[in-house]
Design a binder for this molecule. Structure first.
Ligand code: NAD
Length: 501
């Protein structure tokens, strides 16, 4: 289905170009207690290459019984892992980072084949994974707390930082390895053991990660169970022997996990959807904003929770800005990952997601939006959608409030600062936002008023391991990255000694 005749050429790989070597696939089965345990009779899930639409391999469809076995292994491993000194755990996490670095190319190939992401993006993901483990390996040795001392008469207070125990993790398909690393590194650094369920659509790099680090981590510290969210994910969330559940995913899955976790009153950590407003004032550098959005809106085909997807631009510069943005979008190179390093935008992850994004485009036009560039499917095999800019978008249209999660940017206009802030905050999601202005007062004032866990000023989608990432409102709670993530996966205990007579 296409709203307009496709105008975007998809760059295809050269005849015979190497796409994928099946020799690098991880072993079959769940990774539990330090080894892969295949269940030959288990139901299987197809793992599809979204570029060729072909099945790459099939993985085990886990059950609640598989979760029980994995949780038991994680429980057995927790005490010895928690007893390691910070230095010992740090050395193991550095070894994990080194091992990933040694196998960077294999992980890039697997990630790109399974998700359709350009090689440059898959490389960023693997490099980010390495850096996350290195950061947490360092940070865990430098944690601080309130100084021990007498805070009540004749009573010495000591604050201990302890692991929580076993943490369950559920990850999405857009950055499979990186999102796993954002959880695993701080969880393991804080002294917890873990059972992780990767997305059923993109389990390969998580399984490969387990294979690569199997001889580095003690058995049971890391366990991977593949399968469906409502089965394996909910079993983790509900499990009485899991102390915390951490999910990166959609708002609906976040609700399901929080509900399932309620009975056991376990801690919940949710990194959910985003709908990042990009507020462009009349004094902004429009060229900088447009060139920045070329990457920040279309990176990973827009399948990015922080993507710069909803532009609010001052009415006096709207035409000038849209002209610049459209010029950038027309230049984007859409193609198969194996077509070369120049490819900036690959296919969407699955047929179902492709149909969803195209449905959003159709609905947007029905609601009054105008297609400035793109607008539909690109031709040929693979789940390719044209990079799209929608203008004249009514403020209440579904495309301005719902997460589309594809290569689509909407543009609305505003008349003054108060209106810009009110409209930017007028959605249920609050993960990230950006403000574009050269006015110092405005850059502080507007950033402070925006309801988002991250606000960039004259930039968008720049992340670093030292600083936290996470949402407000419907985008969830808890923080990934930085020492704030280490805190989230730890508990503090106050021990008070009476030393008076
Ligand atoms: P999804 O919610 O469909 O799936 C995420 C994971 O949740 C998968 O492993 C899935 O199997 C599991 N799941 C599904 N239903 C479940 C249930 N009932 N109980 C337990 N687990 C369940 O999300 P997705 O489509 O894989 O990923 C895209 C979403 O993730 C987007 O909304 C995006 O914004 C969000 N995301 C957020 C961040 C962030 O840092 N905030 C990062 C990446 C992606």
């Amino acid at each position: 289905m296409s709203l307009t005749a496709p105008r975007t050429d998809v760059v295809r790989r050269a005849e015979g170009a190497r796409v994928f070597d099946s020799a690098v696939l991880p072993p079959a089965g769940h990774f539990v207690d330090g080894a892969f345990r295949d269940a030959p009779d288990a139901d299987r899930l197809d793992v599809v290459d979204p570029t060729s639409e072909e099945v790459i391999t099939r993985v085990a469809q886990g059950t609640a019984a598989d979760v029980d076995v994995a949780v038991a292994a994680a429980q057995r491993a927790r005490a010895p892992w928690a007893r390691l000194t910070p230095k010992e755990r740090s050395e193991l996490l550095h070894a994990v980072a080194d091992r990933i670095a040694q196998h960077r190319d294999v992980l890039v190939m697997l990630e790109s084949a399974n998700t359709g992401k350009p090689v440059s993006v898959a490389r960023d993901d693997v490099d980010g994974t390495i850096d996350t483990f290195r950061f947490m390996a360092g940070a865990l040795r430098a944690t601080t707390s309130l100084a021990a001392g007498d805070y009540a008469k004749d009573h010495l207070s000591v604050i201990l930082r302890e692991p929580l125990g076993v943490v369950g993790v559920v990850t999405p398909w857009n950055y499979p390895l990186l999102m796993a690393a954002w959880k695993l590194a701080p969880i393991l650094a804080a002294g917890n053991t873990v059972v992780i369920k990767p997305s059923e659509q993109t389990p390969l790099t998580t399984l490969k990660f387990a294979e690569l680090v199997a001889d580095l981590l003690p058995a049971g510290v890391l366990n991977v169970v593949t399968g469906l969210g409502p089965v394996v994910g909910e079993a983790l969330a509900a499990h009485p022997d899991i102390d915390m559940i951490a999910l990166t995913g959609s708002v609906g899955s976040g609700r399901a996990v929080a509900r399932a976790a309620a009975e056991s009153l376990k801690r919940v950590h949710l990194e959910l959807g985003g709908k990042a407003p990009v507020v462009v004032f009349e004094d902004a550098d429009l060229d900088l904003a447009a060139t920045s959005l070329r990457a920040a809106s279309f990176y990973n085909s827009g399948q990015e929770c922080g993507a710069a997807c909803r532009v609010l631009v001052h009415e006096s510069v709207a035409d000038a800005f849209v002209e610049r943005l459209v010029a950038q979008v027309r230049e984007l190179v859409v193609g198969e990952p194996a077509a070369g390093e120049d490819v900036e935008v690959g296919p969407l992850v699955s047929r179902a997601h492709y149909d969803r994004v195209l449905g959003h485009l159709e609905q947007a036009v029905v609601e009054g939006a105008r297609v400035a560039v793109g607008g539909g499917a690109a031709e040929g095999t693979g789940f390719f959608v044209e990079p799209t800019v929608l203008v004249d978008v009514p403020a209440t249209a579904a495309c301005t409030v719902e997460e589309i999660f594809g290569p689509v940017v909407t543009v609305e206009t505003f008349a003054d600062e108060d209106e810009a802030v009110e409209r930017a905050n007028g959605v249920r999601l609050g993960l990230s936002a950006s403000v574009w202005t050269n006015d110092a007062r405005r850059s502080h004032a507007v950033a402070a008023r925006l309801d988002a866990g991250t606000v960039w000023v004259n930039s968008h989608l720049v992340l670093a391991n030292e600083v936290p990432w996470g949402g407000f409102k419907g985008s969830g709670y808890g923080r990934d990255l930085s020492i704030y993530a280490l805190d989230d996966y730890s508990r503090t205990k106050h021990v008070m000694h009476n030393h008076g007579r």
